[in-house]
Ligand binder design. Sequence first.
Ligand code: ADP
Length: 498
Amino acid sequence: MLQQDHQQEPTYIIESKKRCIKLGMNSSEPRLPKNVMSELKLAEKKEAYKDILEVVKFFSEKIIKSLEGTPILVAISDENGYLLDTLGDETIKSTIAQLGIKTGIQFSEENMGTNVVSLTLKQNHPVQLIGTNHFHTFLYNSACYGVPFHYMDVDNALLGSVCIMTAVILHNPFFLMTLTTVVDSIERELLLRKQNNKLNIMNKIMVNKNKKIEEQKKELEVINEFEIKSNKSMEKELKSQEEFLANISHELKTPLNVIYSTIQLFNMYCKNGLLDENKDSIFRYINSMMQNCHRLSKLINNIVDLSKIEAGFFELKLSNNNIVEIVEEIVISVTAYIDIKGLSIIFDTDTEENIIACDPEKIERILLNLISNAIKFSDEGNEIFVNIQDKNEFIEISVKDNGIGIEPNQLGLIFNRFKQVNKSLSRNAEGTGIGLSLVRAIVELHQGRIYVESEFGKGSVFTVELPKRIVRQEDIFLSSTIRNKTEDLQVELSDVFS
Ligand code: ADP
């Protein structure tokens, strides 16, 4: 009878039963699984296998649907046989419950009495399919297949495994073929996902690279802008140097022309015996030549001093002096010249004596430059005020005029080298634009500062602040040159009177 039963059964069930007996198992009494995975562990596993579970479930549902009516159980387990999910046809759902098959329980090979059959796909396949079968009475005396998928990467390193167990309750000749097709589809889908992931990563890298390129582009634009700006400022500097040279040559030629033509006139007087006849005008001409010589001297002095300052050779001859006395003397010395111009100069001080470290000759240069500018840019009848104030930390000297004033946009520029304000505004004023830059350099060598306040059309105030400090006796420079003060004055005021 038994023999007869066996002969009615499909061969793979008979084979399965034999193998169970060989392994010492009772094929009609399946051992129930004892190990159960904790809820938390199960959730973690599901999360870790999320991708592959999704794909396997999708294709398993397809196989169940295509074999409609066939009681198939697809149980998806991890590499250790713990069930992660079960899927089944309606006809097998009650059997699943009866067997106590639910997620989290472990089906190991010895529980099931399985042995390996050849369902392995070709070698080096990213997804390997290994089938095991066993005989199971509870599943209507059918054979069960546990099929683990080993999911590898391209270098054949194991990324993870998922096991599909299938109970073939009714004999179905297409079953193995279908399963193989599903595994192929799973593999393709997984590869596709992997490629998509790679593409996404590459995309992100490209986006990042593009961002970097954009950033570098912006940086280059900033550098470019900076270069354009510095080129422009170099062009400006070159232009102002060109203007300076043009001014200088004009300033040199004007007095030279006067001197040259006067000499020619004298020559003619000599040749024609007209010297005595023109005695009076000759004195005037000599005076004019003198003033033009002074003008040339001032210009040459300024150019030489500016070159010395730029080369770092310009040095102060410091000694301790009463600054009030120095300034007052300068003011007194220019009074006569100012009278000639129809102007008046007023000196005021809130301190009688203030000894500070300074170079008197250079203080005179500063003051005469400021006063000569005040004269140059004032109208007849105007007043010039020279004021001294003791400001505790420093001494403040100011030169104020109510002349033409300076336009606000020019205020920040007039101390620059070679800078002359629009000549049409400067009216009669001649100049090279060296004076104030020299004045500022000398003030700064005294560790002081100079600034200007002006209202266009109303006048200007130039203020010099000199620190109150004293030089030690051994550091005092003893001057050996004897100066001709009157000549110095005439040189400094030369561009006002020539
Ligand atoms: P310059 O030798 O040409 O006078 P400065 O350096 O002394 O050169 O002065 C530069 C410019 O500042 C002058 O060309 C003039 O336009 C302006 N400036 C200087 N002082 C005065 C002032 N007191 N009133 C009006 N403008 C002045």
